[in-house]
Design a binder for this molecule. Structure first.
Ligand code: BYC
Length: 312
């Protein structure tokens, strides 16, 4: 049991670490609210990576060439990897991946609004890479310096891969823009649908952002939602010009954003149903892995085996 004085000292030490821009590590003392905020944000981030595989994944079987299929497969697989790094980072805060998945499926945790919009044409694969991964990079590069060590370290690798995704999306769109009038129209139509939802990925306007102030004081976030949104627009405008597309300039519809966040977007039900199906279908794999791990540790020869199951 810690007394109120001890607790105040611990809190002061914690804040001093953050103010020095050092990292908080899993075994360090941290306020419960800091831990809760991180679990919320990092789990939401992990869920977004995993649910985010669905819109593009639906095009793997319909890719227009072997080359495009190989690129898309690799990209979607990368997103799975990002989800796994982030679930691992969340686990260091004392919550298991099973619990997190249950919370996603039951609607108690969120995932990014953007993945509730459908991918309707192959141009959308390019637009998602360019705009969605582009917005993700803008939001995530500052997170490499976030105050919680495992989250920041996961972000470094994720950002490298997202930069690659953004370029592959742009290259796909550029190829289509050099094609026929019909292909150019497909790209513009796709950009028209994705531009505003991509801007909403940064979260509500600062005045409506309940968490920003505290998350910035704790060094979890280093910029506000509106700052990063503005940076993204600035970064993307010249790219749109080089591509030859127009970015829609009407106001963002925040009522639409909240409807999507609360479950009423075009694909919310489908996304969660699909995730639940995959989780249920994978139960036997998890059981087999757990049984194997049990065998591994209880076996007298357990120490002869590496975690890959191969004899060392
Ligand atoms: N969608 O106080 P605020 C990817 C919620 S995946 C849904 O500003 P915060 C990729 C928010 O949770 C990359 N909900 O929140 C994958 C809060 O609700 P609660 C995904 C949203 O946390 C596959 C409430 O609104 N990136 O790149 O300070 C293929 C008030 O908001 C959204 C991340 O997850 C939203 N867009 O700031 C391709 C980045 N925005 O929980 C690409 C990590 C807000 O209080 N996350 N809400 O009930 C963050 O940086 C921050 O959490 C946010 C929001 C900037 C998103």
């Amino acid at each position: 049991m810690t007394s109120a004085v001890d607790e105040a000292q611990l809190e002061a030490g914690f804040q001093a670490t953050i103010d020095r821009k050092d990292r908080i590590e899993p075994r360090d003392w941290m306020p419960d609210a800091y831990r809760r905020t991180l679990v919320r944000q990092v789990a939401q981030h992990a869920h977004s990576e995993i649910i985010g595989m669905q819109p593009e994944g639906s095009w793997i079987g319909r890719a227009p060439s072997l080359r495009r299929k190989a690129i898309l497969l690799a990209k979607v697989q990368d997103e799975a990897g990002h989800g796994l790094y982030l679930y691992s980072a969340t686990e260091t805060l004392g919550v298991s991946r099973d619990e997190l998945t249950e919370m996603l499926i039951s609607g108690r945790q969120k995932y990014s609004s953007i993945f509730n919009y459908p991918a309707l044409s192959y141009a959308d694969v390019g637009t998602i890479g360019w705009l969605v991964d582009g917005a993700a990079i803008c939001n995530q590069v500052p997170l490499c310096r976030t105050s919680f060590g495992p989250y920041g370290r996961a972000m470094i690798r994720i950002c490298k891969e997202e930069s690659f995704h953004q370029r592959q999306g742009y290259e796909l769109l550029m190829t289509m823009m050099r094609g026929t009038d019909e292909q150019r129209a497909m790209v513009q139509e796709s950009v028209n649908r994705f531009w505003k939802p991509a801007l909403m990925m940064f979260g509500p306007p600062d005045a409506e952002s309940a968490n920003t102030e505290q998350s910035m004081a704790w060094g979890i976030k280093t910029h506000t939602n509106d700052e990063l949104r503005a940076r993204f627009i600035e970064m993307t405008a010249p790219q749109a010009e080089a591509l030859g597309v127009t970015l829609p300039d009407n106001e963002l519809d925040w009522d639409e954003f909240w409807t999507v966040v609360k479950g009423g977007g075009p694909c919310n039900e489908q996304r969660i149903a699909h995730r639940k199906q995959a989780w249920d279908d994978g139960a036997w794999v998890r059981e087999a892995a757990a049984a194997f791990a049990g065998l591994d540790t209880s076996s007298p020869r357990g120490s002869d085996y590496s975690i890959t199951g191969r004899q060392s």
